[in-house]
Design a binder for this molecule. Structure first.
Ligand SMILES: [Zn+2]
Length: 500
């Protein structure tokens, strides 16, 4: 009979890599062999693909079928190759003309009856197909809104293998993606709902403007969670590139809403304090699932009652905080997931957690141990530490609480100043600038550093802590439209480190 060749895409981490699928139909005992590092799911897809082909009214070859996937070094997992495997067999047995097989990548899982089902990671797969020079992808109709987000490649959707074979024979029956509806205005909870807590509101604004990590301590019910939930609303909208990147992670995680797949606002992810290290960083068999740190990429990761979290889980946060990505070890090589998030930690001041601090019954040693569970290296990366107290009488009538929208305007302006300052280094926020570069930026503002030098001499902060205070002071001055920080800004930055 003959040889068939079509293309699919493997998703490794959030990168799509073109995979060539060859089918060889030759004389011999009827049967199907798959070669090229197949995993268990791929072996299962042999039977699924055969049933789907037969149930779509096509002939399955009565000969020996060999299916090869290359490059062989890539881990090829899951069911995303079903459609391409079917098309390769139909090509090899000359059941369909070759005309439309060239320059296409076929993506999607087949049900036994021939229906096409959507798969995780469709967006990165389409991006990979475009990067590899494919002009067109054929995807499950359910995945059209997501696949259609990628410009510069022709996207066609089908419900059933039958529709794909009709198209291969020349019909113009496949669907194009519908134009994307404009995004609604950013909703979410408003900062105006948080009554009192002036100090914490200011800290949250600084955190948003500089992308600084923040720790909120205080008794239960004081508003720590409310504040954390309002941080994403203060952040600027994602750029087009960030938006595609975040959408790609959420696509691989399988958490995109079907009808409105493009993520435009910074995500908010709040793993429970009982979460394991693996659920934070990602893993699992087959196509690894991105963990909470990656689902929070370009957004906010909020961990409430963080001293209750296991030491292993807390330690697992360190690598992504340092490197902005996580590497998940796979049977063959490793997968990388971006994980550049803003961390918000919240903690009760002690294990007994009374509503009023004066009612605490914990021995002093237990109080110290409690927050001590947050390791030095982890806490050292948290620039802002805020101790919240229950609001005192009278604040409830204080109506001067600014809404999210107004604070966000200041945050966006301050971020623009920071991005302009660091434009040559390619950084966009004060929090991501390396320590030596931050120190150099103070060459024109040496006098402002006096309070930090005192704190260093007295051993009140580490040298990394000094770098972090310098970063926060830059953000404070950005919010105040100053060309460079003065000692007031530096003192204010230090005050946010000494609470809690
Ligand atoms: Zn206590």
């Amino acid at each position: 009979m003959g040889l068939g060749r079509v293309y699919a895409v493997a998703v490794v981490g959030i990168d799509g890599v073109l995979v060539e699928i060859e089918a060889d139909v030759r004389s011999g005992l009827p049967g199907v062999n798959v070669v090229g590092l197949p995993d268990a799911a791929l072996q299962e897809s042999r039977d699924r693909v055969r049933s789907a082909v037969v149930n779509s009214g096509e002939q399955w070859p009565r000969q020996k079928v060999v299916l090869a996937l290359s490059p062989a070094s890539l881990p090829k997992v899951g069911s995303v190759y079903d459609l391409a495997l079917a098309c390769a067999v139909l090509d090899a047995s000359r059941a369909v003309p070759r005309t439309r097989l060239d320059n296409v990548a076929f993506l999607g899982e087949l049900a036994l009856d021939g229906r096409l089902k959507s798969v995780r990671g469709l967006l990165p797969a389409v991006l990979g197909a475009r990067r590899a020079g494919r002009e067109r992808v054929v995807v499950p109709a359910a995945g059209l809104p997501e696949a259609g987000l990628v410009p510069g490649i022709d996207v066609l959707g089908a419900h059933h293998l039958r529709e794909v074979t009709a198209w291969l024979r020349g019909a113009d029956n496949l669907m194009a993606p519908a134009p994307i509806a404009p995004e609604p205005a950013p909703g979410g909870p408003d900062l105006a709902d948080v009554v009192g807590q002036e100090h914490a509101r200011t800290a949250l604004e600084i955190a948003a403007a500089g992308a600084h990590h923040i720790l909120l301590t205080g008794p239960p019910g004081v508003g720590k969670t409310m504040l954390a939930q309002r941080l994403p609303g203060l952040l600027p909208e994602l750029t087009d590139a960030e938006s595609l990147e975040v959408t790609a992670v959420h696509s691989v995680a399988g958490i995109l809403p079907v009808d409105r797949p493009l993520v435009r606002r910074p995500p908010f992810v709040a793993p429970h304090h009982t979460s394991t290290a693996t659920s934070l960083t990602g893993g699992g068999s087959g196509m690894a699932l991105p963990g909470a740190v990656s689902r929070a990429h370009r957004g906010v990761l909020f961990i409430d009652e963080c001293p209750e979290m296991s030491i292993r889980a807390l330690e697992a946060l360190r690598t992504p905080l340092e490197e902005g990505e996580v590497r998940v070890t796979r049977a063959k090589g490793e997968a990388r997931y971006p994980a550049r998030f803003q961390l918000v930690l919240a903690a009760n001041p002690c294990p007994c957690a009374p509503a009023r601090p004066e009612d605490c019954v914990c021995p002093p040693a237990a109080r110290r141990r409690y927050l001590g569970r947050l390791s030095g290296p982890l806490l050292d990366r948290v620039d802002l530490r805020i101790a919240l107290r229950p609001p005192t009488g009278g604040v409830l009538l204080d109506a001067a609480c600014e809404p999210t929208e107004r604070v966000r305007e200041r945050v966006v302006e301050a971020r623009a100043r920071a991005a302009h300052r660091w434009r040559e280094g390619g950084w966009t926020t004060n929090a991501e600038v390396p320590g030596p570069v931050v120190r150099r930026s103070y060459l024109d503002a040496r006098a402002a550093l006096a309070p930090i030098e005192v704190a260093l001499r007295r051993g009140l902060i580490t040298s990394r802590g000094a770098d972090r205070a310098m970063r926060v002071a830059l953000t404070v001055s950005d919010l105040a439209h100053k060309p460079r920080p003065d000692d007031g800004d530096v003192l204010s930055a230090l005050s946010f480190r000494n609470h809690g």
